[in-house]
Design a protein around this ligand. Structure first.
Ligand SMILES: Nc1ncnc2c1ncn2[C@@H]1O[C@H](COP(=O)(O)OP(=O)(O)OP(=O)(O)O)[C@@H](O)[C@H]1O
Ligand SMILES: [Mg+2]
Length: 355
């Protein structure tokens, strides 16, 4: 689903700029602090309704402005969809084809995208939340009804935690536990199915990028061999002390293995980046196959932390996805793509095609 047009108004360092990316490889060049990441951040916001760097929305509005506005045109088969986002202190407004739409999920369906930026190693080295979000992104696109299921689960978790904080005893928890366990088991089963679908691509891409055997073990968030209700019963005193449920899919994780060691602790920063990139590319591949559409891949300074051979392996794997790519680099002679990409320059608040 290539992005063929984007206009950015009052977003970070930009007053008003436009870009018409090419359908395959695009490279945005500019010196430090020129706005390269800001362009990708704007595109990512249009596809996710939030910052990919976790920045608060208020920090994305250009200093002195009241709101930012992003408008994109996305090709979907023969159709073109228009996506608009406006964000101010009043909150997020989303329009799709001129009609008001409801938030991030609607955006993600029109402009599904993935991002590799210099912080991507956190997917491997950071806490489990990033990896759960990763799993949930795949499941959202692959599993019909996943968003509804996820929301139902979050509601059940909130209700059970509220009951715990109010000092509910075992009998009073029964109805909350029942709904929590039903939603949790469904969510867990959906995550398992998605991993079964993506597992081979995750391992294959990991091995291609790292040159060693790579594995993933899913931890569902409660003790193996027990039902969730049994785990809740066993942890009741602790849950009551903490006022929060300690077992369930909200504690799930993906354990990453590289050469049969635990990847999170042992591999180098460059290897963490390659492992994280392989997860992102495998997720993109899995979703592309499931929805039968090409994704948009944003690469912010992909050369960072990688030697020439690693960068080449990464870009070969990127290229085999066949999706639209928008990358950034500091120097025109940074060899990122094999074939010449569509080039853009960003400097002093301006964004222009090169040449
Ligand atoms: N809300 C904002 N209003 C105005 N300027 C902002 C805002 N947020 C960020 N900036 C500025 O935008 C400029 C561009 O930042 P950006 O991160 O896009 O640069 P970059 O080209 O990616 O740099 P680097 O090569 O160092 O990664 C920076 O000078 C930053 O301070
Ligand atoms: Mg940057």
């Amino acid at each position: 689903m290539p992005l063929k047009y984007l206009s950015i108004s009052d977003f970070r360092c930009f007053g008003s700029v436009e870009i018409e990316p090419g359908p395959r490889n695009n490279l945005i060049l500019g010196p430090n602090a020129s706005g390269k990441t800001s362009v990708l951040e704007a595109i990512a916001y249009l596809g996710r309704g939030r910052s990919f760097r976790g920045a608060p929305t208020s920090g994305l509005i250009r200093h002195g402005a009241a709101a930012f506005v992003l408008l994109g045109r996305v090709r979907q088969g023969r159709r073109t969809q228009t996506v608009g986002v406006r964000n101010s202190s009043a909150g997020l407004e989303v329009h799709i084809n001129g009609e008001p739409a409801s938030g991030a999920a609607a955006l993600a369906e029109v402009l599904p995208l993935q991002i590799i930026d210099p912080e991507i190693h956190k997917l491997v080295a950071g806490g489990p939340e990033e990896r759960r979000r990763y799993l949930d992104w795949m499941a959202f696109h692959v599993e019909h009804g996943y968003l509804g299921l996820w929301r139902r689960f979050r509601r059940a978790l909130r209700q059970r935690n509220a009951a715990l904080r109010e000092g509910a005893g075992p009998d009073e928890l029964v109805p909350w536990d029942r709904e929590f366990c039903l939603a949790a088991d469904e969510l867990d089963a959906a995550r398992e199915r998605v991993l079964a679908l993506a597992g081979a691509a995750m391992e294959g891409t990991g091995e291609r990028l790292l040159g060693g055997s790579v594995g993933f073990e899913y931890r569902r968030g409660w003790i193996a061999g027990k039902s969730l209700q049994e785990a809740l019963d066993g942890g009741l005193e602790r849950d009551r002390q903490l006022g929060a449920t300690q077992a369930g899919p909200q504690r799930a994780d993906l354990r990453l293995l590289y050469d049969e060691r635990q990847a999170q602790r042992l591999i180098s920063r460059g290897q963490q980046k390659l492992l994280a990139c392989s997860m992102v590319l495998a997720a993109a591949e899995t979703v592309q196959t499931a929805v039968n559409q090409r994704l948009l891949l944003l690469l912010d300074d992909p050369a960072a932390e990688l030697d020439a051979g690693s960068l080449r392996r990464l870009m070969t794997a990127v290229s085999s996805l066949g999706c639209q790519v928008i990358a950034t680099a500091l120097h025109p002679d940074d060899r990122i793509f094999d074939d010449p990409p569509a080039l853009f320059h960003v400097e002093q608040g301006q964004l222009r095609p090169a040449g």
